[in-house]
Ligand binder design. Structure first.
Ligand code: GDP
Length: 330
């Protein structure tokens, strides 16, 4: 049997890396979109993932997408490419709309133009940011696939367009389009612009005497944080399912940033994190998502998906990794 072929956008990001690894283990031939000129991540990515074929294209350039689809001749397309940071999206709302929202439309249209729309399976990276934290329709139970949307950032709004246009192509053209509504997922490959990695990186540096404090925004928001490695498995399972559908991936637990700080500092033997943390308004958002809690029952029941890493396990894993990579004596 010839091996399956997958094309991943956003391949140099956290999820792109985890998914490349998973698909390679499963015997896929993996292709990844990369923006051509001066992509700072390219060299490091090639060194770590030599098995990935990189194809130059841009989500804002439809003809380049058609070229990438023809080169890869992919059976499965995973659209993970996006401006993916909520804070950044407030500062660059138009760029966010061009890439995160319209990029999906460009990619779906390019798939139609290949003439293989009915053969290709498409994964759209939808997000819990589409819900916006206003838990008015299922108080306390967590969001599921039926919950109302109320995005609270340019990122969330762009992702909601992407979600609906993806569903529209499923309904209009009979395409196999699965939308994974993923709650926050973190790990050792998370960028330091996200609060979890910012904290674990700082905790490790504080332990090694390389810095003496960390500056953060609001500490009360709560998130449903899982491990990225578990979540990319769910993406793959969605494309193997007999029906294209929407699925929430989440842990079903929610924790505040204060709780994350407590566990992260405990990992280096510090009981009270307060002396090490300063608040800086620069890291606060114009509109905040107070609490996110997801209900993954459908994915667990229909796909047999299950997360392996729990909240304390996630924090410990990230701090231990950062203690190693920041160790001045290594
Ligand atoms: P998000 O849930 O996709 O926005 O993921 P983030 O990791 O960027 O943010 C999670 C929560 O942490 C949000 O409520 C932020 O407002 C809050 N937060 C507090 N301080 C910081 C900070 O210094 N950086 C980031 N990125 N978020 C922070």
């Amino acid at each position: 049997m010839t091996s399956k072929r997958a094309l991943i956008t956003g391949i140099t990001g956290q999820d792109g890396q985890h998914l490349s690894e998973l698909l390679n283990e499963k015997g896929y031939e993996v292709f990844g979109l990369i923006r051509g000129q001066r992509n700072a991540r390219r060299e490091a990515f090639v060194a770590e993932f030599p098995f990935v074929h990189l194809v130059e294209a841009d989500l804002t350039d439809p003809s380049s997408l058609l070229g990438a689809l023809k080169t890869s001749d992919a059976d499965e397309v995973y659209n993970l490419g996006a401006i993916s940071h909520v804070g950044y999206s407030f500062r660059n709302p138009q760029l966010t709309a061009d890439i995160t929202a319209k990029g999906v439309l460009n990619l779906l249209e390019a798939i139609r133009q290949t003439g293989r729309a009915e053969e290709v399976r498409f994964y759209q990276a939808s997000t819990s940011e589409m819900f916006g934290g206003l838990d008015y329709n299922r108080p306390g139970k967590g969001y599921n696939e039926m919950s109302l949307f109320h995005p609270r950032s340019p990122y969330g709004v762009a992702k909601l367009y992407a979600h609906w246009i993806a569903k529209n192509y499923r309904e209009s053209y009979g395409m196999f389009v699965a939308c994974g509504i993923l709650f926050n997922h973190e790990g050792e490959r998370r960028g330091v612009e996200f609060v979890t990695r910012k904290i674990t990186d700082a905790v490790a540096r504080i332990h090694h005497g390389l810095q003496d404090h960390i500056e953060l925004g609001d500490l009360w928001p709560k998130r449903d944080w899982g491990y990225a490695g578990d979540y990319v498995r769910g993406m793959w399972q969605m494309l193997q399912h007999d029906e294209a559908d929407d699925f929430v991936l989440a842990t079903g637990e929610t924790h505040s940033i204060e709780e994350f700080l407590t566990l992260a500092f405990e990992e280096i033997g510090v009981d009270d994190w307060r002396p090490y943390v300063q608040q800086n308004p620069e890291f606060m958002r114009p509109a905040e998502v107070d609490i996110l809690l997801g209900d993954p029952t459908k994915a667990e029941t229909d796909l047999g998906w299950k997360r392996d890493v729990d909240f304390p396990g996630l924090v410990s894993r990230m701090v231990q990794h950062d203690l190693k990579v920041t160790d001045p004596n290594r």
